[in-house]
Design a protein around this ligand. Sequence first.
Ligand code: 2GW
Ligand code: MN
Length: 296
Amino acid sequence: CPDTCRVPRVPRMLYPKAHVLQPPRVDVLLMTPWFAPIIWDGTYDSAILDAQFRNTTIGLTVFAIKKYVVFLKLFLETAEKYFMVGHRVIYYILTDRPADVPQIPLQEGRRVVILKVRNYTRWQDVVLHRMEMISNFSQQRFLHEVDYLVSADVDMKFSDHVGVEILSSLFGTLHPGFYASDRQRFTYERRPLSQAYIPEDEGDFYYAAALYGGSVAEVYRLATACHQATLIDKANGIEAVWHEESHLNKYLLYHKPTKVLSPEYVWDERMLRKPPYLRRLRYVAVPKNHAQIRSR
Ligand code: 2GW
Ligand code: MN
């Protein structure tokens, strides 16, 4: 964990100095109340960060079950252009259709690992069981193969820089639909019977399950806890309203993330109008025909 456990050594570098009395952004919140930075354009220097995170290996886990394999090509092609460029990357593609994974030319230091997983009949089980699979594979291989894990939806594309500025022990992303909302409006699970329950008077942010991550050890803890919560819910005959996103939000309420990504890192151009303080759109939803892609 280069960002917290050990202070990394960097070489001599030339860069403009920061001004204590001129904050880089005054239009958005840059820090959570527990002092985790919120990552916005204009607040960081990639050259310094790249030096701090050199020799870091990043695992990008992405599920492509059933028809969702069609999203892989654009996802991978755009990741090659924008995701962790210049760093070591392993794409972990979890799929029930290994033969349908497209061959994409990769830059040096990057490779694809296909992990065959089972599919589920119910789509709710497809999304929920992602936590179980991340937990199992973390112990089996991720812990030994990469430093950080990033978990991403596949029905998205990268459209601008996503680099090591996102890496930290545990990070979540502000959901683009709720970053400006009061906590009462967050679509947390509101039924006390569910393990994902969050009362109306609690909550920091509504986090998107489409992009989160951290050190392998922390993602392993998160995924294991969310999977356990899912099993308890199932035994009690309840399923959280937004599936693993509900459990993720519960976990991140009581395990405060050490970095929070702004909605630059998860956006949907069809659903939302871009406000002026959103200077870059880095990872955006790909339009999909819900009826067609989600049918069997
Ligand atoms: C999901 C819903 C309905 C039918 C199929 C699927 C499905 C999802 C699938 O057949 N195959 C598959 O690989 N997936 C994976 O789950 C894929 O990686 C996809 O990106 C991810 C989440 O499903 P998605 O992208 O259709 O859901 P969204 O875009 O509405 O995402 C949000 O809500 C989800 C839970 O309802 C998740 O929390 C997700 O992380 C959220 O972004
Ligand atoms: Mn999605």
